[in-house]
Design a protein around this ligand. Structure first.
Ligand code: NAD
Length: 370
């Protein structure tokens, strides 16, 4: 049955179509990232061939400078031939969840990119590390901070790199915002307001099941607002107060629908954030500084984000966020450098998320664990 309400991909892509058409007409929308000294392409295996893998990551691999799709892992046999034909993947490089561990002897695979429901990230990251592969894991890194620690430990024990799919940390306007914030170009940040939400469709999807998703809007998209605050400030929140509202107790029986939370940072900055699965249009941050403001709205879309400061609009060439994220990870592996979105970064978000849920449940202000 066709869904009437907005699905997640449609929402994140809402501002895309006109811009893409215009960009393609000019001979290509995205500028591919380039690295002067490296020609080698690392082989990527995608685990979970759902919406994100199909519509964003696989196309990103086609335009990336240092990565190529060499293997797939899927539990849906019908997808095997389709993907094999489309991306030229040989029979020997197609796995299902039972045969996954055989990927250890697949020399075409350097990196395993986990694009599964949240609760499966920990298991497949640990299995991938044991198979001797580097791991790129989608956000949220896991359902719990404890799982994040196990994932970090497994990758460390296997001497493999682990990174989390925080694509916004490669988005040019986010990078510019962070640079302006860190250089105090408009003075120090005094307060931040941030939020991300969308109206979720299909009531049967895994995102609404606690066991698979770990939580609701907060785990899925609220995490972007949380990340934006942490990255702008380069600080970790210490105290969190959160409140939830649930207006549809049936659809959101297992996970959070809408949450507003307040974070206090060591510098004294307060950040008030919100997230929802119940309406569209919330996709922004606004950092109020001593002498002005830095804001993005939309902030977390795949393309066509907009940035404005108290000095005026900021426009920069766009890049495919997924191609850039994968290329940067490949560069870290090729040059043996740490990733700025390593597992520890995912863990910090989960520690804050756990404090948000605890505050909601206990109706108290909660200290963020470290
Ligand atoms: P999806 O539902 O479209 O795809 C999930 C895939 O997992 C499907 O191929 C499905 O068959 C497979 N799967 C395996 N076991 C499953 C099970 N028990 N239940 C349900 N599906 C199962 O989801 P998606 O949107 O591709 O999201 C996948 C991951 O990527 C999630 O962790 C999500 O948070 C993340 N994500 C990140 C971004 C981003 O911008 N970085 C965007 C969307 C999704």
């Amino acid at each position: 049955m066709k869904q009437l309400s907005t699905n997640r991909r449609d929402f994140i892509s809402t501002t895309v179509s006109a811009g893409v058409a215009a960009g393609l007409a000019q001979g290509g929308f995205f500028s591919a990232p380039t690295y002067a000294n490296e020609n080698k392409k690392l082989g990527f295996a995608l685990v979970g061939l759902g919406g994100l893998a199909t519509n964003q990551i696989a196309p990103g691999l086609l335009t990336s400078a240092h990565c190529k799709l060499t293997a797939i892992v899927t539990g849906t046999p019908e997808k095997e031939k389709k993907w094999a034909d489309k991306y030229g993947i040989g029979r020997d490089h197609i796995y299902n969840y039972e045969s996954f561990d055989k990927i250890a002897s697949d020399d075409s695979v350097d990196v395993i990119y986990i694009v599964l429901p949240n609760s499966m990230h920990a298991e497949y990251t640990i299995r991938a590390a044991k198979a001797g592969k580097h791991v790129l894991c989608e956000k949220p890194m896991a359902n719990t901070a404890a799982d994040c620690r196990d994932m970090i430990a497994a990758c460390k024990a296997a001497d493999r790199k682990l990174a989390v799919g925080y694509r916004c940390q490669y988005e040019p306007l986010h990078l510019k915002s962070m640079e302006m914030a860190h250089n105090k170009e408009l003075g120090a940040i005094k307060m931040i307001e941030a939020g991300f939400g969308f109206k979720i469709g299909d009531p049967t999807q895994w995102r609404l099941k606690k066991k698979l998703a770990g939580g609701g809007a907060l785990m899925d998209v609220g995490i972007y607002a949380l990340q934006a605050c942490r990255c702008l400030l380069r600080e970790e929140p210490t105290m969190i107060t959160a409140q939830e509202t649930k207006t549809d107790a049936v659809k959101f029986a297992e996970v959070d629908e809408s949450i507003t939370w307040l974070m206090k940072f060591p510098s004294g900055v307060l950040a008030y954030c919100s997230t929802s699965y119940n309406f569209n249009g919330l996709n922004r941050f606004n950092a109020f500084t001593e002498n002005g403001f830095i804001r993005m709205d939309p902030a977390y879309s795949y393309t066509n984000n907009r940035m404005e400061t108290s000095k005026g609009k900021v426009e920069l060439p766009q890049q495919d966020q997924f191609a850039t994220e994968m290329d940067e990870f490949a560069k870290c592996i090729l040059e043996n450098k740490p990733s700025k979105v390593a597992g520890e970064e995912g863990l910090k978000d989960l520690l804050a998320i756990e404090a948000i849920y605890k505050s909601m449940e206990t109706r108290t202000t909660v200290t963020v664990q470290s």
